[in-house]
Ligand binder design. Structure first.
Ligand code: SAM
Length: 262
């Protein structure tokens, strides 16, 4: 915990969030001589060094911007490369809760994809937990590696380019998270790796996959307390005298199936 009385200030090498308005939010690294540019004007990043986060600055055109410290949410949505389908915030929060992700836990994941779920999990495992991520595609593993490095989380994750269906090396793990097309084919690997009582959490985009996963879990016999859920999130447009749901929403992401290993 940062207990210093002084608010943090911008330094060379920092990632900063330049917030101009709701649609113009940019994560950039502060490097000597670098100039940030947008349709609203430019900004010399050298001029930010030493400013407290939260400061207001002026772009070359006189338009105001805020200099903020990026949260993990900003990095995922603005700085990460996305080469696969990724897990969205509404599902990420529930997955962390139901899998009981906490500091010190040892967790299995497959596949890592772009590393969105891995990043959120890894950030909650600090300081002494470990995420073991199995990924069949080397190109996906390298994108995830780069994204995790951007967030400073790569040291928390062991990425293995391997097929989770062929078995895993780890044992007595605290949780397992599967986001892959055929999770029902990985159940024996998960069963071997998880410690009794621990949760398996599966994310799948179609209801057909939900059925195959639940039937697979029941037939396997090593899992109990099986649930399938879908979460919905609706943003509100709040103006004085006119409060209503926003016109657009993300209508579908996927389903979450969870169970306990016995
Ligand atoms: C939808 S992506 C995962 C996205 C990730 N959860 C995220 O939030 O960025 C699915 C990934 O699973 C990987 N995959 C598919 N089958 C696999 C298997 N049998 N073992 C390991 N990884 C697998 C794919 O290559 C792909 O990268």
């Amino acid at each position: 915990m940062d207990t210093s009385a002084e608010p943090p200030t911008v330094g060379y090498g920092d990632l900063v969030l330049i917030y101009i308005d709701e649609r113009r939010r940019h994560v950039v690294r502060v490097e000597e001589g670098r100039v940030f540019g947008s349709d609203k004007g430019t900004l010399r990043l050298d001029d930010l060094v030493g400013l407290p986060y939260g400061s207001r600055v002026k772009l070359s055109t006189g338009v105001e911007a805020l200099v903020l410290q990026p949260l993990l949410d900003d990095l995922l949505s603005l700085a990460y490369r996305r080469k696969s389908q990724v897990i969205y915030p509404k599902d990420l929060g529930f997955i962390l809760y139901i899998a009981d992700i906490a500091p010190g836990k040892r967790v299995l994941e497959a596949g890592i994809g772009s590393g969105f779920l891995a990043s959120v999990v890894a950030s909650r495992l600090r300081p002494d937990g470990r995420l073991y991520s199995y990924e069949v595609r080397e190109d996906m593993a390298s994108i995830a590696r780069r994204n995790l490095e951007t967030a400073g989380l790569l040291d928390m994750v062991e990425i293995k380019v391997a097929d989770v269906r062929r078995g895993v090396e780890e044992r007595n793990l605290d949780a397992c998270l599967l986001d892959m097309p055929d999770p029902w084919n990985a159940l024996e690997s998960v069963y071997e790796a998880l410690k009794p009582s621990a949760r398996l959490v599966v994310f799948v985009p179609t209801i057909n996959q939900v059925e195959r996963t639940v039937v697979g879990l029941e037939r396997h016999g090593g899992f109990v307390d099986i649930h399938a859920v879908e979460l919905m999130l609706r943003e509100y447009q709040v103006k004085e005298g006119s409060v209503r749901p926003a016109t657009r929403m993300i209508g579908h992401t996927g389903y979450i199936v969870y169970a306990r290993r016995v």
